[in-house]
Design a protein around this ligand. Structure first.
Ligand code: GLN
Length: 217
């Protein structure tokens, strides 16, 4: 049985993660994925989505990504892949692409996470930096920090969505089902716990898929 993305990862091969690579820090994500033992592939065109077990939406400039998604004919195919149920890690601009409401200014998004985000909500580049987070999940170490670069600020959570970590009371790491979104950049820090958490989600997803394919045989 094949999944919605025709996953074909051979038994024993490391899961393959598609990393949106139109703009932004996709190379840092590929390095972070590699460090957790996962394979990755740059996604620049619809055909690149075929066979991926998970997806990453990197940091960068969400407005530029929106334009390039249209230009490359990827808006629809990427949306279908995001809705296919595979694990997704979205960081910073990636989180903006998934939020239901985007402000400063209002812009289009996939609206899959019940969040309102304000772009550059922590101020300009000079206010960027690494900050200690308040961790609310037992799956993560209590002492964890996040690097914020012209980051979106989550100002509203409108539906069921786990908040895994906060900064100054505002959610900065959320999860809904297989969607994991951070306002900061775990991919910039070697061995960041969020990179490990995502790798665990991907491996668990592939194991479940293989188990149900075996039952269905
Ligand atoms: N400020 C960027 C945006 O609005 C996000 C910044 C980032 O991804 N580091 O898209």
């Amino acid at each position: 049985m094949t999944g919605p993305l025709d996953q074909t990862t051979a038994a024993g091969a490391a899961p393959l993660v598609g990393v949106l690579a139109l703009q932004g820090d996709f190379a840092d994500h590929q390095a972070a994925l590699g460090a957790t033992g996962l394979r990755s592939r740059q996604v620049k065109a619809p055909a690149d989505l075929r066979g991926v077990d998970a997806l990453v939406l990197p940091g960068g400039e969400s407005t530029t990504m929106l334009k390039l998604l249209e230009v490359e004919g990827l808006w629809g195919p990427l949306g279908a892949a995001l809705h296919s149920g595979v694990p997704v890690l979205a960081t910073c601009a990636g989180m903006i692409l998934l939020a239901r409401h985007v402000e400063n200014p209002v812009q289009r998004s996939y609206a899959m996470l019940p969040l309102t985000v304000v772009r550059n909500g922590y101020g300009r580049q000079c206010r960027s930096g690494t900050f200690a987070l308040a961790v609310e999940s037992a799956e993560l170490p209590a002492a964890m920090s996040g690097t914020f670069i012209r980051a979106p600020r989550v100002t509203g959570v409108h539906g069921p969505c786990e908040v895994l970590a906060r900064r100054d009371g505002d959610p900065v790491l959320v999860r809904q089902g297989q969607l994991l979104a951070a306002g900061f950049h775990p991919e910039l820090v070697a061995g960041h716990p969020v990179s490990r958490l995502f790798a665990d989600m991907v491996r668990a997803y592939v194991r479940r898929r293989e188990a149900s394919a075996f039952v269905g045989r």
